[in-house]
Design a protein around this ligand. Structure first.
Ligand SMILES: Cc1ncc(COP(=O)(O)O)c(C=O)c1O
Length: 399
């Protein structure tokens, strides 16, 4: 990068990208688990599953160790294997495509909608082949994909739909919560997500057969987890049905989730308030393109990404990112196009130009801090620093 942005005064009031919000309830519950003598998957994990199923309005919920584990189990439960293809988006976190590759299958990317950056469902049909097993849409930033088209195509071609809802706890699509739209939905409770257990995740579904497979594979593929072997009931021997993974969630983590889930609406209200402040302040900044929410959805507002019109700047996105960090604003990038990363380009032959909208966004995306514990003053600080940085990076008009 040849040109940099002139230095600004160092800030003493750093606004982090995220700060978790844990209350006395979470701390008390974790302490109760520590004192209970039962640390691994048990009563708290089951309680979180019941609460989640009720919140989503679905039949089954299975706690797991991460969103990645949820996605991996979804692929395994569906039976995705060598020779299969799964259709997904290149603008997502690594694990969305990694779990497909880990099963020996091929991720078939389709480009994203230029406005929302969600997978463009209109481009799915030409990519369906005799090897296609599933569609894996990602509800990016908390905005649902065009599920009507996804579900229609899945029905037409007998495909399964596993959703990456790592950003989408609380998201609604035409009045229905994400979590019971497709066959399996995968949530993340990672530290920065809309609710957190530190690390953790959940698979939700209405299908009993898939829920049973996910549960079995989450605990080695054995018939009885330790709650059933060493709980206060009768001792039972286990059998191995098929080799599985060690992807269960401990009760220490579930203790956090139980109370976090109760606060999801209050957290969302605060996220929404900060989003409205950002929208109002950044709408008219000519060097920024916002990513709008569609009319018929409830956006979970997990992230607040913007697109920098680098055509109008003297520098690229990474220089703006660096300058903002130096000015005391914790920013991120969600995401750089996955098809151009080393593994995917070398293994599957993806190349620049394959997905133009994804590549355009990949070079310009920047996520601003957005979390419930933020203060209005912090939001204003971010806005001021961003406007100031862009002002200094602006191309001078030559006429
Ligand atoms: C879109 C997306 N999918 C999946 C994941 C994986 O979730 P986890 O970190 O809980 O494994 C993430 C995490 O950041 C994500 O952003």
């Amino acid at each position: 990068m040849g040109i940099s942005i002139p230095a600004m005064k160092k800030s003493v009031n750093f606004v982090p990208f995220h700060r978790p919000w844990l209350g006395a309830e979470e701390i008390r519950e974790v302490l109760a688990v520590l004192r209970s003598g039962w640390l691994t998957t048990g009563a708290r994990a089951r309680e979180l599953e019941r609460a989640m199923a009720e919140y989503i309005g679905c039949q089954h919920a299975v706690t797991v160790s991460s969103g990645t584990a949820a996605l991996h189990l979804a692929m395994a439960a569906i039976g995705v294997g060598p020779g299969d293809e799964v259709i997904t988006t290149p603008i997502t976190f690594a694990s969305t495509a990694n779990v497909i590759a880990l099963q020996g299958a091929k991720p078939v990317f389709v480009d994203v909608e230029p406005e929302t950056l969600n997978l463009d469902a209109q481009q799915i049909e030409p990519r369906i082949s005799s090897r296609t097993k599933a569609i894996l849409p990602v509800h990016l930033y908390g905005q649902p994909c065009d599920m009507e088209t996804v579900l229609r195509l899945a029905q037409k071609y007998h495909l399964l739909v596993a959703e990456d809802a790592a950003h989408a706890l609380g998201t609604e699509y035409r009045g229905r919560k994400v979590g019971n739209l497709g066959d399996l939905t995968c949530f993340s409770f990672y530290a920065t997500k809309n609710i957190t257990t530190g690390e953790g995740g959940m698979v939700t579904t209405d299908r009993e057969d898939l829920a049973a497979k996910v549960r079995l594979l989450s605990i080695h593929g054995i018939t009885a987890d330790s709650w059933h072997r060493h709980g206060d009931g009768e001792f039972v021997h286990w059998d191995v049905i098929r080799p599985g993974y060690k992807y269960n969630l401990s009760d220490i983590q579930a203790a956090l989730g139980i109370h976090q889930l109760k606060k999801i609406e209050a957290f969302w209200q605060r996220r929404k308030r900060w989003v409205e402040m950002y929208d109002a302040a950044l709408q008219e900044v000519p060097e920024i393109r916002l990513i709008p929410a569609k009319g018929d959805v409830k956006h979970a507002h997990h992230l607040y990404p913007i697109l920098l019109k680098t055509e109008d700047l003297t520098v690229g996105r990474d220089a703006v990112l660096k300058a903002l960090k130096e000015a005391g604003v914790g920013v991120g990038v969600h995401f750089r196009a996955l098809h151009l990363t080393s593994f995917y380009s070398k293994t599957f032959g993806f190349k620049p130009g394959d997905f133009p909208h994804a590549e355009y966004a990949s070079e310009r995306l920047l996520s601003l801090p957005l979390f419930p514990k933020m203060t209005g003053r912090e939001v204003k600080r971010v806005i001021t620093q961003l406007k100031d940085t862009l002002h200094r990076a602006k191309k001078k008009k030559t006429f």
